[in-house]
Design a protein around this ligand. Structure first.
Ligand code: HH2
Length: 299
């Protein structure tokens, strides 16, 4: 059976619109990229690189120029074993960068990668549009904040907490369990009054999952397309790529692009990556080839 291509999801329903604040992103035509901008001292692949706000803003602008559809600014590492960061410190890290990026790129879609409603509130106030919440509404204040501001929301699956999530994660049926979790959080968001078209779903590669779990999730990303919402997958430079190739964190570009191509062909809508320029080229070429194949089949 042919893999579902960009715009297809097994139900044949695309394009999909993602709304956030007064902006929107049309998804489903080709894989779009969310560029990672970590302003942390300890992120696993780029920790410390963008700590200086001026350098961070310049890098964000570069990612936009390379074709990122969203810039995701994060002030807390959620890598396995990471220690939690206080809200005040996270705010100190992300707010100046978001404010400056908003000024520099008034039309850009900006997200804040945080689990804390207080951080999300400060980031939205500074000009962010989207809350990328890897705890999927774990903070009781988050849903109301997102509803009241009209922000976009990423709901991601995580088993446990970053500090301990890789200790011994077990699943009976990882796909079914991740899907059920996302369905429950999607219901929770809708019950809180968040419009469905603000929401994107993410199976959370590497968050409380071992390699066989990650591979099972990646094999069928369409399993997580609930209510025809867009799908985001984060893979850039992750440990999984090291497990598959034996390569260190600085040497996983080709492996990541291979998985990116797979996701594009399976109809994922967004990928969260560090290496935007190369990813944009792959997404473009695959979209062109998929369209060509359709024309040939239709001819
Ligand atoms: N992965 C990371 C952080 N945020 N958000 C979503 N929605 N999906 C992901 O897969 C995801 C995410 C971890 O990657 P990174 O930001 O590179 O590392 P760190 O957490 O160490 O800052």
């Amino acid at each position: 059976m042919a893999a579902p291509g960009p715009g297809a999801d097994g139900t044949g329903q695309g394009p999909r619109i993602w709304r956030f604040r007064d902006r929107r992103l049309v998804l489903g035509r080709r894989l779009r990229l969310m560029g990672v901008l970590n302003v942390t001292p300890d992120s696993f692949s780029d920790g410390g690189e963008w700590l200086d706000p001026e350098r961070a803003v310049a890098h964000g602008r570069t990612l936009l120029a390379e074709g990122a559809s969203v810039i995701d600014v994060g002030g807390e590492s959620t890598r396995p074993g990471a220690a939690p960061v206080a809200a005040a410190e996270e705010i100190r890290r992300v707010v100046p960068v978001i404010r400056a990026l908003r000024r520099a790129a008034p039309d850009a879609a900006l997200s804040v990668d945080t689990r804390k409603a207080a951080v999300a509130a400060a980031a939205l106030e500074a000009g962010a549009d989207i809350v990328n919440d890897v705890s999927a509404l774990g903070d009781p204040g988050m849903a109301e904040l997102v509803r009241a501001t009209g922000a976009g929301l990423v709901l991601m699956h995580m088993r446990g907490e970053p500090a301990t999530m890789q200790a011994d994660p077990r699943y009976t049926d990882v796909r079914a369990e991740v899907r059920a979790f996302l369905a429950e959080r999607l219901d929770r968001a809708r019950a809180a009054g968040i419009a469905e078209d603000r929401i994107v779903l993410d199976p959370g590669i590497g968050f409380g999952k071992r390699t066989p779990h990650n591979l099972a999730l990646l094999a069928r990303p369409e399993a997580f397309r609930l209510r025809n919402r867009p799908l985001l997958v984060g893979l850039s430079r992750k440990r999984l790529l090291g497990a598959l190739t034996g390569r260190g964190v600085g040497d996983r570009l080709a492996a990541g692009l291979g998985l990116l191509a797979w996701l594009a062909l399976r109809g994922a809508d967004l990928a969260r990556v560090h290496d935007v320029a190369a990813s944009v080229d792959i997404a473009r070429v695959l979209a062109i080839m998929t369209a060509q194949e359709r024309r040939d089949v239709g001819a």
